[in-house]
Design a protein around this ligand. Structure first.
Ligand code: UGY
Ligand code: MN
Length: 241
């Protein structure tokens, strides 16, 4: 049902809050039995693309020309005959990888694609998979109630990072961050208040946020259960290069 034009979604010059009621689904070229909700793309000023791929039974996502990072939100994805990715698993595909993804049952995945920026003397990263619950959490700036799991290895050959951040109820970022990196953020669990530039937004699981470089940002978790998000940032490269 329509809400008389009301939504929590908001589009500003340096950020986007996209809530599920405003998601529009369309297949990307080559997808079969699947659609994409595009969250961030060059059209908004982002240097990467992020979307949620939603698969029906027997759906398929073709290989990408760009490097791709994929995190399974729900269901199972087959990647060739050897690899089965379940919810909380993730995979990295270097640019030009021929690996596509297929589903037997319904599934959903967060997908990030970005033109690869080489670093002198470093070989390009290779295909890998991982499991989020096998990553050792680090506390964020000494706060035991705020855990970060780095899903991409700490190797300068990667030109981006993807982390999950888990806030116990009442935990918050210890400072308002303003930095050169941009972010793509998908709320996975719980909720709270996100400050983006001069706006404070209630956010909850399912919401997506894009933050442009230097967008002032802060989050505080509210509720009786932890809040968790998946967050992308450009990383390991000279911003002036
Ligand atoms: O990695 C980050 O910049 C992270 N602390 N930002 C955020 O949570 N908005
Ligand atoms: Mn940040």
């Amino acid at each position: 049902m329509h809400e008389l034009g009301v939504t929590r979604s908001a589009r500003r010059q340096d950020h986007l809050l996209q809530t599920p009621d405003t998601f529009v689904r369309a297949p990307l070229p080559g997808m079969t039995g699947a659609t994409a909700v595009i969250h961030a793309a060059p059209q908004i000023g982002a240097k990467f693309m992020q979307y949620t791929a939603e698969f029906e039974r027997g759906g398929m996502l073709p290989a990408a020309a760009m490097q791709r990072f994929l995190y399974v939100l729900e269901g199972e994805l087959e990647c060739g005959e050897q690899t089965l990715l379940r919810a909380g698993d993730y995979a990295y595909f270097p640019a030009g990888s021929k690996k596509c993804l297929a589903t037997r049952e319904r599934a959903r995945a967060a997908v990030i694609e970005k033109p690869f920026q080489t670093l002198d003397g470093k070989p390009a990263p290779k295909f890998f998979t991982g499991r989020e619950n096998e990553i050792k959490p680090e506390t964020f700036m000494g706060d035991q109630d705020l855990e970060v799991r780095a899903l991409v290895p700490a190797d300068p050959c990667f030109d981006f990072a993807v982390n999950t951040m888990t806030y116990q109820p009442g935990a918050a970022l210890p400072m308002v961050e303003i930095h050169v990196m941009e972010h793509g953020l998908l709320m996975l669990e719980g909720g709270g208040i996100y400050r983006l530039n001069d706006c404070w937004y209630p956010v909850s699981a399912g919401d997506f946020i894009w933050m442009a470089p230097f967008c002032p940002q802060w989050f505080g978790a509210i509720g009786k259960r932890p809040a968790k998000y998946l967050i992308y940032k450009d990383w390991n490269r000279d911003p002036a290069a």
